[in-house]
Ligand binder design. Structure first.
Ligand SMILES: [Zn+2]
Length: 562
């Protein structure tokens, strides 16, 4: 018992719950998202944000940091005066009676109408949360916060037409494969993290990834409570951009009421469905060379509080990995009525990913999907990616949930709707393939090395700003088309009439400010257009150093600036 306690304490220490060694123990505070709380005010305050919600932030702060916020006109509320070696969990209050159930087990404070923070006097609060309540353990490190006001930009044109090659890939998604993988996962009887059956299910997924010939198949071990478990990770390495990663993921662990979970938690919808869709995505994509890397992940200990995805996303953030977008599938196979529409949940910074999913659902899934922007919907594996500044979406059958078998021993394969399940999977695979970009033979190569630099210069009458794009010469290209948008990954507009023959371009038509995103595509002599490059971002603003850029006036003149 003592060994277990020491281990948990060491883990919490390593996890950074003591960010003030030798100093004052910080408090856990709630900071309202008021207009005075700008990004720079937050940075100046010195507080450590551990969770962003729709209307507030949860942070660790000492007395000096709290008074600094007060002086800036932001009024934090202290939730817990001594944030010592404690495990805090965010718990959904969507279930009636949730608050009373939490207060019977520990301390619970509502921080938003549907969200409570919960802790106990000792470490290991994860085990004390009543069954059936969605939960998330508080991040172990400071999280990224996006307080930028939504930028006004160019209007977004309608989505592009379905891609015939992506349609071919999506048509390979098989209902019978999905159903046999769900059956295999259900046959482990329980996949409750901490049981040996859960680990055996992890080995089944590892073997399936290996049999498909994926790259870098690996277990990723992490601690939670007094246990360890393993995420299962595999990749298809991108040929053009191996370091740009598109993630598709779902958790393979399951849960049922406490009297049964050690032996029976079939978890067919929650979440053999999402896991089977990840396996099916790997199967249908494995034959195609791709521009970008696709990472397939089956997470564990989601039901304990997102421990597996927290470990993975934090490691990705610390390693500086470039994650383009995350498609998290959790409960995508139960339809309480038909036609069932799929719910797609994002934070503000991931809005484009939901827009692209909605288009893919129509184009490839024959499915209606609904977008919800709610930074407080944190109860699945997309949320730790948000914490690390990555765009991520959750696809889920209903919000609020409408599955009577949820977290019960009756969540079995016979309750699933295979038409809906197949449509959900096809939508996800369609978006995944669009983002990863299958390489077509006979087409010009995807351009690499695109860089965007903001340049400022003075004309006779005005100070002007432009974006200078450069890229590598693409083998076999007769020219290039340059595209711009004001919303990442959405609604690109071509800027040139005739193909650009040099490997550079100056975009002068930008107005006063904002952030712009560019891609370049190569064209050959017959006009065939290849895949887009990686997106390059250019943020125009008052911070542009005019003097510094003017000193580069000779190269600017070479670029054709008047
Ligand atoms: Zn789930």
């Amino acid at each position: 018992m003592r060994a277990v306690k020491t281990f948990s304490l060491i883990f919490l220490l390593c996890a950074g719950l003591f960010p003030y060694p030798g100093g004052e123990t910080p408090s856990l505070v709630k900071i309202p998202k008021v207009p005075a709380l700008t990004a720079s005010a937050l940075a100046r305050s010195g507080v450590e944000v551990r969770q962003e919600l729709q209307n507030c932030l949860l942070a660790l702060a000492d007395r000096e940091e709290i008074s600094r916020l007060r002086r800036m006109g932001v009024r934090p509320t202290v939730l817990d005066r001594s944030a010592g070696p404690k495990e805090y969990l965010l718990v959904s209050l969507a279930t009636p009676g949730a608050m009373d159930a939490l207060r019977a087990r520990g301390t619970a404070v509502a921080v938003e109408p549907r969200t409570a923070v919960f802790w106990t006097g000792t470490a290991g609060a994860a085990e004390a949360v009543p069954a059936g309540l969605p939960r998330k353990v508080l991040a172990a490190f400071p999280v990224r916060v996006d307080l930028r006001p939504a930028a006004a930009g160019f209007p977004v044109p309608p989505a592009a037409a379905p891609d015939p090659l992506v349609e071919t890939i999506v048509s390979l998604v098989s209902s019978s494969r999905l159903s046999s993988d769900v059956q295999s996962l259900q046959d482990f009887q329980t996949r409750y993290s901490s049981t040996t059956n859960c680990e055996a299910a992890g080995e089944y997924i590892f073997a399936a990834f290996t049999a498909l010939g994926l790259d870098a198949v690996r277990f990723e071990q992490f601690p939670f409570s007094a246990y360890t478990s393993r995420n299962v990770v595999a990749e298809l390495t991108g040929e053009t951009y191996p370091d740009d990663i598109v993630v598709i993921c779902g958790h393979y662990d399951s849960i049922s009421p406490s009297a049964y979970r050690q032996t029976l938690a079939p978890g067919a919808d929650d979440n053999a469905s999402g896991t089977a869709a990840v396996l099916e995505a790997a199967r249908v994509l494995a034959a195609y060379p791709l521009d970008f890397t696709v990472r397939f992940i089956a997470f564990s200990a989601e039901e304990w509080g997102l421990f597996g995805s927290r470990a993975h996303a934090a490691a990705a953030g610390q390693a500086g990995e470039r994650v383009v977008g995350v498609i998290n599938l959790d409960m995508i196979a139960y339809a309480n009525s038909m036609p069932e529409d799929l719910q797609v949940i994002v934070n503000a910074a991931s809005g484009w990913l939901a827009d692209r999913f909605l288009a893919a659902a129509t184009d490839y899934g024959d499915l209606a999907a609904t977008k919800t922007v709610d930074a407080s919907f944190i109860y699945s594996d997309h949320s730790p990616f948000w914490d690390n500044g990555y765009p991520a979406l959750l696809a889920i059958e209903d919000n609020p949930l409408n599955n009577p078998y949820y977290h019960q021993t009756t969540d079995t394969i016979d309750k699933l709707n295979m038409t809906f399940f197949t449509g959900s999977t096809r939508a996800a695979v369609g978006l995944l393939a669009e983002l990863a970009q299958p390489i077509r033979s006979g087409y010009p190569a995807t351009p690499t090395g695109l860089a965007a630099a903001v340049v400022a210069y003075s004309s006779l009458f005005n100070d002007l700003t432009a974006v200078r794009l450069t890229w590598d010469v693409s083998p076999g290209a007769a020219g290039y088309n340059v595209y711009r948008t004001s919303q990442s990954h959405l609604g690109y507009v071509k800027l040139n009439d005739l193909p650009v023959t040099a490997s550079n371009f100056l975009d002068e038509d930008l107005g006063s400010g904002g952030t712009f995103y560019y891609v370049v595509r190569a064209v050959d002599g017959t006009g065939l257009e290849g895949n887009p490059s990686r997106e390059a971002e250019a943020a125009l603003g008052s911070s542009v150093g005019r003097r510094a850029t003017l000193s580069a006036s000779v190269p600017l003149r070479l670029w054709g600036i008047r």
